[in-house]
Design a protein around this ligand. Structure first.
Ligand SMILES: Cc1cc2nc3c(=O)[nH]c(=O)nc-3n(C[C@H](O)[C@H](O)[C@H](O)COP(=O)(O)O)c2cc1C
Length: 174
């Protein structure tokens, strides 16, 4: 719970690098996430240093965290394989999302700051990341995690709202 609550979106980072060991731990966390049909159809592209993914920075209005981030992990899936896993349901979107959340929580546990930068399913953002990483069309980036040491700490969050919880069937409220 401590890591879950201390995880906040960090958009500005110090110059302190993210170590190779930390990156491996984050990748382990990403790969440990739940995955529909256990397909493990997820790919992780690691970028080191600030100002990575320059094409994305040009088209994404809320990706400026990459300017100071010391590393970035792009979580993606092979859509050809995804269609073989299930031709009806795009499980890969949820699979990659689960990985990203695991990476964010592990980053918080390591004392790092992180930000989920949404890519899928905006065609401009998807194509920009594909250009940045020389990805073929069938490798689809779901999102990017920007990483580094936070310039400023944020308050932990606990957003429990009892009125959003239903024990049993839906009932109209207030
Ligand atoms: C699917 C998804 C996409 C997001 N994309 C962006 C983004 O592109 N840029 C950004 O600055 N924040 C992005 N965020 C972070 C949210 O703005 C943030 O989680 C929210 O404001 C709550 O703040 P917190 O993470 O500090 O609890 C994204 C979050 C999610 C879950």
């Amino acid at each position: 719970m401590n890591a879950i609550f201390t995880r906040r979106s960090i958009r500005k980072f110090t110059d302190e690098p993210v170590t190779g060991q930390e990156l491996e731990q984050l990748l382990r966390a990403g790969m440990a996430a739940a995955c529909a049909k256990n397909s493990q159809n997820r790919l992780f592209f690691v970028e080191r240093g600030p100002n990575s993914l320059p094409e994305l920075l040009q088209v994404h209005p809320h990706a400026f965290a990459l300017k100071t981030a010391q590393a970035a992990i792009v979580v993606a899936a092979d859509r050809k394989k995804a269609a073989e896993v299930d031709p009806h349901i795009d499980w890969w979107v949820q699979d990659c999302s689960a990985s990203i959340q695991n990476i964010l929580v592990e980053a918080a546990d390591l004392g790092l700051g992180a930000l989920w930068i949404g890519i899928w399913s905006d065609p401009q953002r998807v194509q920009a990341v594909q250009r940045d990483l020389a990805l073929p069309e069938h490798i689809a980036p779901l999102g990017v995690v920007a990483l580094g040491h936070p310039e400023k700490e944020k308050e932990p969050n606990d957003r429990y709202e009892a009125e959003k919880v239903f024990f049993g069937k839906y009932e109209a409220r207030g």
